[in-house]
Design a protein around this ligand. Structure first.
Ligand code: AHG
Ligand code: MN
Ligand code: MN
Length: 361
């Protein structure tokens, strides 16, 4: 298709807005500012060490850590700054929250404040930056229920995932893509590096209900709960096991890249709650990782769960809350949920869990 026949992100947003005659254009301007941040991050990621951007962020000779105690990469900090600077001035936002900031970000007093909240993981998969594997940015847009023109509070952000107005991610891979849902399905844009525009390349993305591909960090297997152990053991048994089909496994360690693979060809991703560190109920963060990706997955016909309950119905209790996450092809996620509902003895009613089984308890 000639490039000029494709819609740009701007055209897509304007055409969506025509469905809501009362809409004032603030939402569109917010999404376009987020897209600008993603273009700037895409450039920085592509420059990499040419611009001296690999490695850890250092301030006053010290490595810095974020609120989760994780060492910040230079590109984590830079990406966070791009998100802030492209969005703080516009008057569309009441405030922002990010993986890289302990507290909500207040809109500086010289700028007007708006009705939306922007929550983001500026760079997901940071451990992959220095090894040149795909990373991405994840964002979620919420309405701010608090009073306009007062400082935002943590409580304003503690909304269920089902309340999201829009969610998306940019993936910095062989091509840079922007995946977006405004609650009416999922669309994908590819960045044309010459035009500097996100062009609509993937309409109405749908996740197949069945799959033979799973993603999990298997090094945690001894810490998993029984239902996950059972599910994985059955996948590994392949054709001769209860599933009667072979499975394939992938683990990129960038959730955003795993989510993208699942949107493109199906699959199931698990970072479940486990017993590795009792202070951390899961690895991924609810507000800026699990919820936006979960919203996109469900809008593409997939399913997202904690294993124990529907993820988008979880009421958050803190800004940086962690949670167990299972998402992807609907039938597989339902199967995993059903294993969580079984009584313990039944979850283990399989030769795989016997004395000489693959997964002894
Ligand atoms: P972030 O780089 O934003 O801290 O997130 C990394 C997350 C997620 O993207 C990925 O799935 C997971 O951490 C990888 O965890 P392991 O290191 O346990 O594989
Ligand atoms: Mn992340
Ligand atoms: Mn991150």
């Amino acid at each position: 298709m000639p490039i000029t026949k494709r819609s740009t992100l701007t055209q897509y947003l304007i055409e969506e807005r025509r469905r809501y005659p009362g809409a004032d254009g603030e939402f569109n301007s917010l999404v376009l500012d987020v897209a600008l941040a993603c273009k700037a991050i895409s450039n920085a990621v592509a420059q990499g060490e040419l611009a001296g951007l690999h490695g850890d962020h250092v301030e006053a000779d010290m490595h810095t850590t974020n609120i989760q105690g994780e060492t910040q990469k230079k590109l984590d900090v830079l990406s966070n700054n791009y998100f802030i600077h492209t969005n703080e001035w516009s008057g569309t936002l009441a405030g922002m929250a990010s993986e890289e900031m302990e507290h909500p970000y207040q809109i500086p007093s010289q700028y007007p404040r708006g009705k939306y909240l922007l929550v983001f993981d500026p760079l997901d998969g940071s451990s992959n930056i220095d090894v040149n594997v795909s990373v991405g940015s994840i964002f979620s847009i919420l309405r701010c229920a608090g009073k306009q023109n007062t400082d935002v509070k943590e409580a304003d952000f503690l909304q269920k995932g089902s309340k999201q107005v829009a969610a998306g991610y940019a993936l910095y891979g062989p091509t840079t893509m922007l995946i977006l849902t405004v609650g009416r399905g999922v669309v994908g844009f590819t960045l044309d590096p010459v035009l500097g525009e996100f062009m609509l390349t993937h309409e109405n993305i749908q996740i197949p209900a069945d799959t033979q591909e799973f993603a999990i960090n298997a090094s945690n297997s001894r810490f998993w709960e029984a239902p996950i152990k059972r599910y994985i053991a059955e996948c590994l048994e392949g054709k001769t096991g209860p599933r009667e089909k072979e499975f394939n496994m992938r683990w990129i360690a960038s959730m955003v890249a795993e989510a993208h693979r699942i949107l493109m060809r199906g699959g199931v991703f698990m970072y479940p709650r486990d017993s590795k560190d009792p202070s951390k109920p899961g690895r991924l963060r609810l507000l800026y990782e699990a919820n936006p990706i979960g919203f996109i997955i469900e809008q593409a016909g997939g399913r997202v769960s904690t294993g124990h309950e529907a993820l988008l119905d979880v009421t958050p209790t803190s800004l940086h809350q962690r949670i167990g996450v299972v998402f992807g092809s609907a039938n597989e996620v339902e199967r995993i949920e059903s294993y969580h509902k079984m009584p313990r003895t039944e979850a283990f009613h399989s030769p795989l869990f016997g004395e000489r089984g693959l997964f002894r308890e």
